[in-house]
Design a protein. Structure first.
Length: 267
């Protein structure tokens, strides 16, 4: 066959991908084992976002907790039922907005964390105010929804004879210490199980209400007691539910400081 009529097949070489200068430098460093991993800093929520999150989370907690107490008047819900609702409500609130504000929803928790330097002290007044606003709004919502249907006084945290002021104060200190100790262990310690923090804290609330609910109402939260008190204008023995939980939270936070270990920084 004449070579002039032979077919020639041209096979193109594999496509060459042009690398940018940065990609070339990164590839060289990778080959030389000199690469370093860099992480982009995540934007932090603003103060306004944190405040709204605290209002919303506290609203959920108080609306459900006080709502369960009102349901008890109509459906004979037991203390176990109220405890379960309150514990689950806190769990829901933590997983809903905890990643925004830290999920305090409790002035005693905020103050205790600020004192042990696990929270910015300058933000504490704003957090406390937002928590009180959320509690008051939740109580007002329930009062409108249940107007004239049930005795709204059951939303108040109160104790009666033979429980004394000192006895009620000790109850609130102890049960709030249990709650705060749980929070410190699962939420503020780098060794804790962060994914299960909401569940553990909710269970702590559930247990405390079952034990102390029939005696003091198991507040563990000044906002829980102040919200209904503000709406109804009843402040009898309210100091017990402000001082007791606050002292209990501070005590537990200080005790847990002895259990902490420094977090090792990664190179």
């Amino acid at each position: 066959m004449d070579d002039s009529h032979s077919l020639s097949v041209h096979v193109d070489s594999p496509a060459k991908f042009e690398l940018s200068h940065e990609q070339q430098q990164r590839q060289i460093k990778l080959m030389m084992g000199q690469t370093t991993t860099t992480f982009e800093p995540q934007p932090s929520p603003s103060i306004i976002q944190k405040g709204i999150a605290e209002i919303a989370g506290t609203y959920i907690l108080i609306f459900c907790g006080c709502g369960a107490a009102l349901v008890k008047e109509k459906l004979q819900l037991t203390i176990i039922g109220i405890a379960v609702v309150s514990g689950l409500a806190l769990t829901v609130a933590i997983y809903s907005v905890g990643h925004v504000s830290g999920g305090h929803f409790n002035p005693a928790v905020t103050i205790a964390l600020a004192l042990v330097r696990k929270f910015q002290f300058k933000l504490a007044p704003m957090y406390v105010m937002c928590q009180l606003v959320g509690s008051t709004l939740a109580t007002m919502s329930l009062k409108v929804l249940y107007h004239g249907k049930v005795d709204f006084g059951v939303t108040l945290t109160k104790y009666t004879s033979p429980t004394s002021d000192l006895n009620a104060l000790l109850w609130e200190i102890i049960i709030t210490s249990i709650l705060m100790f749980t929070i410190c262990g699962v939420a503020t310690d780098h060794r804790g199980s962060k994914d299960l923090a909401g569940v553990a804290i909710g269970i702590a609330v559930l247990i405390n209400i079952v034990i102390a609910g029939p005696t003091t109402g198991a507040s563990m939260n000044p906002a829980r007691s102040l919200g209904p008190a503000i709406v109804l204008g009843v402040y009898k023995s309210i100091w017990v539910y402000i001082i007791g939980p606050t002292l209990g939270a501070i005590l537990a936070s200080m005790v847990y400081m002895f259990l902490r270990v420094p977090q090792q920084t990664k190179p």
